[in-house]
Design a binder for this molecule. Structure first.
Ligand code: ZN
Length: 367
């Protein structure tokens, strides 16, 4: 049987300054009864300027309770049905966005996503993560379609704490390496097909963009200024990485992230920060060329992404604990098996130790 190639994209990706003021019109273009899901803080800061317009339009502003769990999803779904909502918008960080995507999908409605930080590639994707009420990972939810609109307001992105942008670069850093591994081993992507040329090349563009503009974008964000470099990196973090991972596939970096996330000490660290350490581990695991590995370390050091265990909260971790993470990273459903050869927890443990050792060594030598 021939292979099926598959790519998925958001309907529209719009990036510019002050775009949040266009949200009321955008909602109206899809339906006459909108529901915006956001945290109270986002509502009081980012959405407050347009309160009058939302009120005139009859748009509901519903506070997100903080967890993308079944209880919250049901509560919001019931509002959608009882108030006859016909377009949903999610404004905020990862979980508010994921909640909006799932609620809209279950109700068969279009969804508009407005990320307020550029910390992950979730806004453009057609999947979302469901947690328990206590915040423990439960499952990945696949939507029928990717979001109809992703609206990236650079004024908001530039005002966010810089750590979010840097973490987004960590997430984006993984995209090319994971795509490349899936291509090499002819593994399936995250939307149930084989990588298209578009997916693979956008993943490469994602990597080249953050390498070229990452440092300048970080400086811009630190000073709350909007520059072309910040535009490029926001696009890489949100759009290129989103299409890249979904249409080209996941591999070692995200599995190592999943393994490390099982260790309590890493909980204070962002997704993209742990993914970055997963990228470094993956380079050791896959026997990447030394010059390439050195280049990725240098990039992480330059922008402030983790390169050692200590950088993700693991201060002098014992091997037994690390083995727990390595075993979890190698669970049968994990993308790490898209890497070439037989991947075992032992190999992953040694690669994590090697990644940390090289990171420490470079730090003591002053890079
Ligand atoms: Zn990710």
């Amino acid at each position: 049987m021939s292979k099926t190639f598959k790519s998925v994209f958001p309907g529209k990706y719009i990036q510019g300054e002050g775009l949040i003021s266009e949200l009321p019109e955008m909602i109206k273009s899809f339906g006459d009864k909108g529901l915006i899901i956001s945290s109270r803080r986002i509502r009081e800061t980012i959405l407050s300027e347009d309160f009058v317009r939302y009120e005139e339009d009859g748009t509901l502003l519903e506070e997100f309770n903080g967890e993308c769990c079944e209880k919250e999803l049901k509560r919001l779904y019931d509002i959608v049905i009882s108030r006859k909502v016909n377009v949903v918008a999610g404004v905020g960080g990862g979980k508010a966005i994921d909640t909006a995507k799932i609620v809209a999908d279950r109700a068969g409605l279009p969804v508009i996503i407005v990320p307020t930080i550029a910390s992950t590639d979730a806004p453009c994707s057609g999947c979302a993560i469901i947690y328990s009420e206590g915040g423990v990972f439960e499952s990945v939810y696949y939507q029928k379609m990717n979001p109809q609109v992703v609206l990236v307001d650079m004024t908001i992105i530039a005002r966010a704490p810089v750590r979010f942008l840097v973490a987004g670069m960590g997430d984006a850093l993984a995209t090319w390496f994971e795509a490349r591994s899936c291509e090499r081993t002819q593994s399936m992507n995250a939307c149930g097909g084989y990588s298209t040329m578009a997916g693979l090349n956008l993943a490469k563009l994602c990597y080249d963009t953050i390498l070229q503009y990452g440092t300048a974008a970080k400086m811009a964000a630190e000073n709350n200024i909007i520059t072309p470099a910040l535009y490029h990196v926001a696009e890489a973090n949100i759009l290129l990485s989103g299409i890249g991972f979904e249409s080209s596939g996941l591999a070692a970096a995200h599995s190592i992230h999943n393994g490390l996330s099982a260790l309590d000490a890493t909980h204070a660290y962002f997704h993209g920060e742990k993914v970055a350490f997963g990228v470094l581990t993956g380079l050791h695991l896959t026997d990447a060329l030394p010059a390439e590995t050195a280049g990725v370390y240098a990039f992480c050091e330059e922008v402030g992404l983790p390169t050692t265990f200590a950088d993700i909260g693991l201060v002098e971790p014992d091997k037994k604990m690390l083995m727990k993470a390595a075993i979890k990273a190698c669970e049968p459903q994990e993308g790490i098996h898209h890497e070439a050869g037989l991947i075992t927890p032992e190999k992953v443990l040694y690669s994590m130790l090697a990644a940390d050792a090289m990171g420490k060594n470079r730090k003591t030598k002053g890079f």
